[in-house]
Design a protein around this ligand. Sequence first.
Ligand SMILES: C[S@@+](CC[C@H](N)C(=O)[O-])C[C@H]1O[C@@H](n2cnc3c(N)ncnc32)[C@H](O)[C@@H]1O
Length: 282
Amino acid sequence: MLIKVLKELFHSELDKIYSKEEVFSFFHMLCEAYLDKSRLELALIPNLELTPEQETLFLKALEQLKRDFPIQYIIGNTEFMDLTFEVNENVLIPRPETEELIYWILESSSKEAKNSILDIGTGSGCIPIALVKNLPNSIIETMDVSEKALTVAKRNALAQKVNIKFIHHDILQLNDLDHDYDIIVSNPPYVRESEKNEMHDNVLKYEPDVALYVSDHDPLIFYKHIAKLAIKRLKKQGYLYFEINQYLGEQLYQILNNLGFEKIEIKKDLYGADRMIRAVKN
Ligand SMILES: C[S@@+](CC[C@H](N)C(=O)[O-])C[C@H]1O[C@@H](n2cnc3c(N)ncnc32)[C@H](O)[C@@H]1O
């Protein structure tokens, strides 16, 4: 099949499910991944004939896209903080909001600082890996309850040539941490079961439930538990950072305040939603 015919097929099958721009972007992401050709290179060779193997790959991806399977899982990677991360169905696809959380952490840390950092709920490893890349003298530990997520995160750390300590544990089962930290950060599960109707099918059907959902009767379970550990185990003037559910910022503010945290700040994401919070241990 010619590449231009394949492109037409993608639009005719997918334009009714996604916007034209999205289909265009999916098609070119697949061309980069399967043919190692950029959009500009392809424009010069519209009559490129695909091999049967290449055609099979594209047609499989087309079927997956029809079923809402995320393009990042099809390709097997995604970009985060200008780094490429392997992703599969065992890990959350890193989000731009989480990049904003990292920039916030970096703003208040000097590049030379020798911080001791703990990240809770590593997923693909995007937070600890991006942090250690930008704070190369820091010592970073990261934890996840999912062994499969840790396997992906370890491969990402290896690919990025960074040294991180990985801990397989359920944070909710820990009553204390091993030692003290300068920074504790977490993007824990925070979508309430009742908010599932706001989620897109690609997230609902394919991203891991363990990464996303909490019950409606105790949606801040992770935040309360982590904050209690953090008030014990952060060093003086140490920072606690969370990505948050946009509807629960004020509630979390009160919890952190009651625990004795100071300088509590809620920050909005690029879309104007309350998306992160930080607090300092006095
Ligand atoms: C919202 S995802 C965040 C993943 C990654 N940090 C990111 O920002 O893309 C939450 C992560 O917490 C992990 N997790 C869920 N419950 C946990 C628990 N009880 N203890 C430790 N990690 C947990 C999930 O496996 C998942 O990787």
